[in-house]
Design a protein around this ligand. Structure first.
Ligand SMILES: [Zn+2]
Length: 191
């Protein structure tokens, strides 16, 4: 788990929670190549093992986005959505918790796929609408199914940090995604 960009920023952007959703990492890496400096703090690839093995989960078979110590965390079946043996059992989860506690961000953007929605938790409606205007996906406050132990619940609902889960189109060509996503980053540079 490496950091990139502006280490003093209070806006965190996280790519690749799920290793089989590599779009965020690609877009962050490409964006950073184009800029001499940035006001944003990036975690380009949270789930390195998953990315390298094209798997949703981490090396322990845990879905990091179900491993956060939320009030609704619970032990689940061992499948692709397995939330771990205990909340925050995973290094990736601990890394994000430590980062958020240290940075105290005023906004967090995470990348996922494939639902083509701008999902948000906490007080992020207005900024979600701006992102929606750029990328053309609808804004949704809830993803439509329960996500116990999710990062959005932990950060957005339980800690009141505006948290956006941007679900990209997995069928879109990565080059074409650069256009709206770079515009979103540029908007956030001045946010
Ligand atoms: Zn995902």
């Amino acid at each position: 788990m490496e950091l990139a960009g502006n280490l003093k920023s209070s806006i965190i952007v996280i790519g690749c929670f799920h290793g089989d959703e590599p779009q965020g990492k690609y877009l962050i890496d490409k964006y950073l190549e184009t800029r001499a400096n940035t006001n944003l703090l990036f975690v380009p690839c949270l789930n390195k093992y998953g990315f390298e093995n094209c798997k949703r989960t981490n090396k322990n078979g845990v879905d990091i986005n179900r491993n956060f110590p939320t009030k609704n965390w619970g032990k689940t079946d061992y499948n692709d959505f397995f939330g771990g043996d205990s909340p925050a059992s995973e290094d990736e989860t601990k890394f994000v918790i430590d980062l958020v506690e240290k940075v105290k961000p005023r906004l967090i953007l995470t990348f996922h796929a494939p639902y083509k929605v701008v999902n948000y938790d906490g007080d992020a409606r207005e900024i979600s609408e701006k992102i929606s205007d750029i990328i053309g996906y609808p804004v949704e406050e809830s993803i439509g199914y329960p996500t116990p132990g999710s990062f959005g619940t932990w950060a957005g609902i339980e800690r009141n940090i505006p948290t956006i889960t941007l679900e990209l189109d997995e069928n879109a060509n990565l080059e074409s995604l650069k256009i709206p996503v770079f515009k979103i980053f540029e908007m956030l540079e001045n946010y």
